[in-house]
Structure formats: C-alpha cells, structure tokens
Design a binder for this molecule. Structure first.
Ligand code: ATP
Length: 296
C-alpha cells in the first residue's frame, strides 16, 4: 500500500498527465508534428496503403496508472468506409483515436493498416496517411492561407484554395477584409464556430490523406453553419477510411459500421438497423436514452 505514495510512482503519474497535455496539443496541431527525437524501430519501412483498411487486433492499453482503458479491443475499419465509435463517456473512444498516430503504443495486441503493423513502420510515413479534424478547431497566429497550409507545408496557393472550396470555406474567406491573407488567431479577425470548423476541414483536405480521424462536435452550430460544415465533412469523408467519434444521430445512422464501446471493450458492432433491432442491446438502449444528438 505504501508503494502508492512512493515518489517515483507519483512522478510516473505526473508524467502521464504531462503526456496527456502534450497529446492534446499534438492533436490540436492536427497530427503534423514531426518529432526527430522519436526513433523508429530498426529497419522500419514506410507505410504503403492500398485501400487503407485499419484493424485493431486484441488491443490492450492503459495510461500507466494501472487502470485498463482498452481491453482486448478488436474491430476492423474497412478501407474507404466510415466506422463510427459510440458509447458512454470514458468508454475509450478518444483513446482508440490516439493510438492510430502512435501518440501512445498498445501494451498488448496490434494495430494494422493494410496488413502492416503500425509499430513497425516509420512514424512520419504513418502520419502522412492521416488527417484529423477535432471538435475544437485550433487557429494559430497567421493568415487564413497559413492556417490551411499547415495541413501540408508544401501546398501551392492553388491547392490551398482548392481545399478551401471543397470545405465550403472559399466564399466566406473572400468576404474577409484581405481574403486569404486575412490574419486570424488571437490578434486577427473573429470567425464563427462554423467558419473555424470549415478551415480545419480545409486543413485536413489539403493533406489529401487516405485516413480521416474525426471527433465530431457535440455542441450545435447555427443552422446555416451546420449545413455547410456537414457538406464539408461529407466531402472530406468521401472515399476515405474514416473513424469518427460520433455524436450526431445522422452520422451514426449513415455509418457503414458502428462500434459500440463500453468500459474499454467493444460491446457490440453492426449497422444502425442491426444494432437497433437487438433487444436489450447497449446501442438500442443508448439510442432510446437519446445520448446521441437527435436534433439533426
Ligand atoms: P469521452 O466521450 O468522454 O471523450 P471516451 O470514450 O473518448 O470518453 P477516453 O477519453 O478514451 O474515453 O477515456 C477512457 C478512460 O481513460 C477514461 O477513464 C479516462 O479518464 C482515461 N484517460 C483518458 N485520457 C487519459 C490520459 N491522458 N491519462 C490518463 N487517463 C486518461
């Protein structure tokens, strides 16, 4: 029991908390972070994808405080399809997303993309294949153009604009005082929640990555913004392998597959129809409780 108060243990716990903060920051930067100090395994190869099928195989994970967060999680996110993660708060949905860019590594089991264990490929090649759209898009000091280009530093102006058009952002950008050169961030113009979302989606689109990790917004935007954001997301999702932490009923209903998480385990999986039909199934109960938004 005394062990629990051991300073080394406390330090270890602190470490975990610091890492969590770093992870959130990295996620804010939409995955692009390049960490030269993080070494790949000897002989690591570049990830090569065909249709970017993602498989979790018996993945077990904890944040280092002994509390299991994922317990032998297995599921497949088919290439080019949308897989929705649903389940109560704390079930492990964000953790699943965190493991894909290898912010953390599983303690047991493996994660494969088109059959390649992501622990065995270079992190840079892994992350090149990923784009991330967060609930709370982050804009940093700089112009609108800079903020989109952050998704791919070598993108041309034409590619930046193309991404903005696809994200339904081009028109509102042109309406800003200096168009694409308008400063945003703390000292720049104020954009609405929906506009920020669309810039974040443009940033993801300019990467042109085959895998999209998406943490859907829980809070409602105004109706007009919502419609544009949804169209932008539909564009971003089309043809990509998408894993989405879903909060909107329409996303869940339209997903090719729903993985229902509960206390770190996959409780059930299927489509909206098949899961709704299960008497006493967790999904059917969650649905009845309307824990997912039904206002859209
Ligand atoms: P929510 O819907 O509330 O975001 P979730 O299903 O995404 O929940 P996770 O965020 O993956 O769940 O959390 C799973 C468990 O892991 C929770 O008990 C949570 O407290 C814990 N946890 C999450 N992140 C960390 C971290 N960085 N350090 C320690 N524990 C964490």
């Amino acid at each position: 029991l005394l062990m629990a108060y051991d300073p080394a243990r406390r330090l270890a716990r602190l470490q975990v908390r610091v890492e969590a903060a770093v992870t959130n920051a990295r996620m804010l930067y939409e995955i692009l972070d390049i960490e030269p100090h993080q070494r790949d395994v000897d002989g690591a190869k570049s990830l090569v994808t065909d249709n970017a099928r993602i498989e979790f195989r018996d993945v077990t994970f904890s944040y280092g405080n002994g509390k299991p967060v994922l317990d032998r999680v297995s599921f497949v996110a088919e290439g080019g399809k949308t897989t929705a993660l649903v389940g109560p708060s704390g079930a492990g949905k964000s953790t699943i997303i965190n493991l894909i860019p290898r912010f953390y590594d599983p303690e047991g089991g493996s994660i494969l993309i088109d059959g390649q264990d992501i622990a065995m490929v270079t992190k840079s090649s892994l992350r090149e294949h990923l784009a991330y759209v967060s609930q709370q898009p982050y804009l940093f000091e700089g112009t609108i153009r800079d903020n989109i280009r952050y998704g791919r530093p070598d993108a041309t102006d034409v590619q930046v604009e193309e991404a903005a058009r696809l994200a339904y952002a081009h028109d509102f950008i042109l309406a800003q005082p200096m168009g694409y050169d308008t400063p945003v961030g703390e000292n720049g113009v104020t954009l609405s929640g929906g506009q920020r979302q669309r810039l974040s989606i443009a940033r993801a689109l300019v990467r042109n990555a085959p895998i999209l990790l998406l943490d859907e917004a829980t809070s409602a935007l105004d109706t007009e913004s919502e419609a544009f954001v949804q169209k932008a997301l539909d564009t971003a999702m089309a043809g990509r392998t998408v894993i989405v932490i879903a909060h909107r009923l329409s996303t869940v209903v339209n997903a090719d597959k729903i993985v229902v998480m509960h206390e770190g385990k996959v409780a059930e999986e299927g489509t909206h129809e098949s899961l709704s039909a299960r008497e006493n199934g967790l999904y059917a109960r969650l649905n009845n409780l309307q824990t997912v938004r039904t206002d859209i």
